[in-house]
Design a protein around this ligand. Structure first.
Ligand code: DAK
Length: 262
């Protein structure tokens, strides 16, 4: 299939190969418009369905992974037109349907929807030139593709609030310390590193690889509220144990507790 806003290629010479998708709107710093998102979705689904492909790498240019959703396309929308047309929602989450690992290889800007797209990948390998940010607040909007949800999970609440509220960018070194990216490499080694990681994964059992992806995502995506609700029930349940009575009585009577594991 031929695409205009992306390049889709197969790399590697092992039994299982790597699907490489390169975002390709260099003049707009790979700003994400409908056509690009449609094409990327089609390429991802095609690689996922192809048994000869074990792993997918998603990348941009040296200057930008993606500088966010395409601002001139978004600008004229009203609430009603955005709501009724499902603005951007309709083709943004195809990547979440992909069962094979998707590695983001990020150089340059990964901003707004670009940062969100990288965070929807399974892990991020960053060039030392990478800059991550959620600057939507400067446009009078907020992130719309999971930035307020995935960023705190990746870097913690305080840092996420800082980035989202001040619109400051995080460089590759900080992104690594914060846990947003798995490794930082010299820019000129980015593709080699990402393709080698993909090749390593291609050498393992496909079902194991896919199950690991599914299970890590289960751990990662479980809503905090559900986890806290389960915690609350177990907390209540412990008031049915002898050890709770013993522990609290011991504290109140200033003695050492004798727990009976019951
Ligand atoms: N859209 C369109 N064009 C963009 C762009 C963007 N996001 N970012 C950059 N460009 C274009 C510039 O307009 C410029 O075009 P020409 O003037 O040359 O024609 C060209 O790329 C080069 O940009 P600059 O001249 O500005 O280059 P600099 O090196 O000076 O600055 C920059 C690079 C990345 C710091 C700057 O361009 C910048 O601040 N760009 C905007 C970044 C931004 O605000 N991104 C967030 C956009 S909002 C949703 C899903 C996702 C979203 C929303 C909803 N749903 C699923 C509902 C996402 C929203 C966003 O991402």
């Amino acid at each position: 299939m031929s695409y205009e806003c992306i390049i889709a290629e197969v790399r590697g010479d092992g039994e299982r190969k790597t699907g490489l998708i390169t975002l390709n709107r260099p003049k707009q710093l790979n700003a994400l418009n409908d056509q690009l998102m449609d094409e990327m979705g089609q390429a991802l689904l095609a690689f996922d369905a192809d048994d000869s492909i074990g792993c997918i790498v998603l990348t941009g240019s040296e200057r930008a992974f993606a500088a966010g959703a395409d601002i001139p396309t978004m600008a004229p929308h009203t609430f009603i037109s955005a709501f009724k047309s499902g603005l951007i929602s309709k083709n943004w989450e195809t990547i979440l349907l992909i069962r094979k690992p998707v590695i983001a290889a990020v150089a340059g800007f990964a901003l707004g929807g670009g940062c969100e797209l990288a965070m929807m990948c399974d892990f991020i390998i960053a060039a030392d030139t990478a800059k991550f940010g959620q600057p939507e607040i400067k446009l009078g909007i907020i992130p719309g593709a999971g930035g307020t949800q995935r960023l705190p999970r990746a870097v913690g609440k305080s840092r996420a609030m800082d980035m989202l509220l001040t619109a400051r960018m995080m460089d590759a070194a900080e992104a690594s310390t914060a846990g947003l990216v798995s490794r930082v490499v010299p820019a000129e080694k980015l593709m080699e590193e990402a393709l080698t990681a993909a090749e390593t994964i291609n050498g393992f059992s496909g079902p194991s690889v896919m199950l690991i992806k599914e299970l890590v995502n289960l751990a990662y995506q479980g809503p905090l509220k559900d986890g806290v609700a389960v915690e609350r029930r177990y907390f209540h349940a412990l008031f049915g144990t002898d050890d709770q009575r013993e522990g609290m009585d011991a504290f109140i009577n200033k003695r050492k507790p004798g727990f009976t594991q019951s």
